[in-house]
Design a binder for this molecule. Structure first.
Ligand code: GLU
Length: 427
């Protein structure tokens, strides 16, 4: 039967993550007194690409997945953003994430627009072979729309360096020559950058240190709680531990573990890599993700999915500082409530920008075919992320608003300047 709801090509407008982002754009527009014409343009994605991705599964049956690439804005440069494989991916989510990428690239001062991609699939249930076929066909379908000067994908949830290697190879095979600059987050052997793997987690820790420093505090000795033990959370936990913080709890999708004296993170990482689970680790208390978020801690690092801190559970939060490792982990309503309560939140578009910053370095290195050492990369990462944080901090002080509003204000101001200079075509 005909179902008009399925057909609506604008149902992405109802996605909570995108609604949150639009509200932030409106508020930032008011904060910096932006041109309403610019705000109207920033509230819609420039281009949405939807592709069917047929994959021959290991049982020889063909399954057809839906793939999305949202090219949100290209005023500042080529589209840039990750590709997500997750069972809950929808077009609305990808539009929301692409919008956040635009805001992130702008506030960080990178020469990129915003984009994001996704496939609705549970990557845990794919064999390596199936994942490779899915990735190669997706890349082939997106072929006309991506490229080193057009749109540069990268890893996100459910994708990694191997996924990027397959994307780079497929795109290069179809072009007839090696094109390492088409994706970032590749293995080092094929044009990846040193430091890219841990870069988002490292950026989270640089921002945490800066936020604490602004409050006259040091990271060493602080209690830190990390939600999410994927690439971002596990690296953030490790770098916090290495700097003398007491990481008292971590979690993954199945739940968390707590130890008041601090967890031995390097040992825990070995255990997790072997067992693919936090469960069974010695001398800890098992807790749920909800209990973890409500722990008495100095710093909370939500490094998993969006919307985990919302109007229902924000009253339970006891952290003094929150640094958003994930994209959109706190809803606007919860964010406002926490600000009123005195909780300082370093917003995602700066706090988790380490990944795309080192992606930028990778892309530059690929173009030049000249590679830097890891020390240089980490130092340059710190300079860019701290500079963006300081800009937001200063605007927040000047306008007496929270850091998220200020970061959005800085981001929208840069986009506005560039859009006014480029103008509207055709007029
Ligand atoms: N997926 C990451 C993010 O959300 C990295 C994007 C990139 O490196 O292009 O920022």
């Amino acid at each position: 039967m005909y179902d008009p709801k399925i057909e609506s090509h604008e149902s992405y407008l109802n996605h909570p993550l995108f609604i949150n982002a639009l509200q932030l754009i409106d508020e930032a527009g008011q904060l910096i007194n932006a041109d309403p014409n610019i705000i109207a343009r920033l509230k819609r994605p420039k281009r949405i690409i939807v592709v069917s991705v047929p994959v021959r599964m290991d049982d020889q049956k063909v399954k057809v997945f839906s793939g999305y690439r949202v090219q949100y804005n290209s005023t500042l440069g080529p589209y840039k953003g990750g590709i997500r494989y997750h069972q809950d991916v929808t077009l609305g989510e990808v539009v929301g994430l692409a919008c956040l990428m635009m805001l992130k690239n702008s506030v960080l001062g990178l020469p990129y627009g915003g984009g994001k991609g996704g496939v609705c699939v549970d990557p845990q249930r794919l064999s390596r072979n199936e994942k490779q076929s899915l990735t190669r066909r997706l890349t082939s379908e997106l072929g006309p729309f991506i490229g080193p000067t057009k749109d540069i994908p990268a890893p996100d949830m459910g994708t990694d360096a191997q996924t990027m290697a397959w994307m780079m190879d497929t795109y290069s095979q179809e072009q007839g020559f090696a094109q390492p600059g088409v994706v970032t987050g590749k293995p080092v052997e094929i044009g990846g950058s040193l430091g890219r793997l841990g870069s988002t987690g490292l950026g989270v820790i640089y921002v945490t240190e800066r936020l604490l420093e602004k409050n006259g505090l040091k990271l060493a000795g602080q209690r830190v709680v990390v939600q999410g033990f994927g690439n971002v959370g596990s690296h953030a936990a490790l770098y916090a531990y290495e700097r003398g913080a007491r990481v008292i709890a971590v979690s993954d999708v199945h739940g968390g573990i707590f130890c008041g004296d601090g967890l031995p993170i390097p040992k825990l990482l070995d255990y997790y890599n072997q067992n693919k689970s936090l469960k069974g680790f010695e001398r800890v208390t098992e807790i749920s993700n909800e209990e973890l978020l409500a722990l008495d801690t100095d710093v909370l690092l939500p490094c998993a999915l969006e919307g985990v801190i919302h109007s229902q559970n924000c009253k339970n939060i006891r952290a003094k500082f929150i640094v958003e490792g994930a994209n959109g982990p706190i809803t606007n309503e919860a964010s406002k409530y926490l600000f009123e309560k005195g909780v300082q939140i370093a917003p995602d578009i700066i706090a988790n920008g380490g990944g795309v910053i080192v992606s930028y370095f990778e892309w530059v290195q690929d173009i030049m075919s000249f590679f830097w050492d890891e020390g240089d990369i980490n130092q340059k990462l710190r300079t860019i992320i701290v500079q963006a944080f300081d800009k937001a901090w200063n605007l927040a002080q000047e306008k007496k608003v929270d850091l998220r509003s200020a970061a959005m204000g800085v981001s929208i101001a840069r986009l506005q300047k560039a859009m006014l200079l480029r103008g509207l075509y055709p007029r």
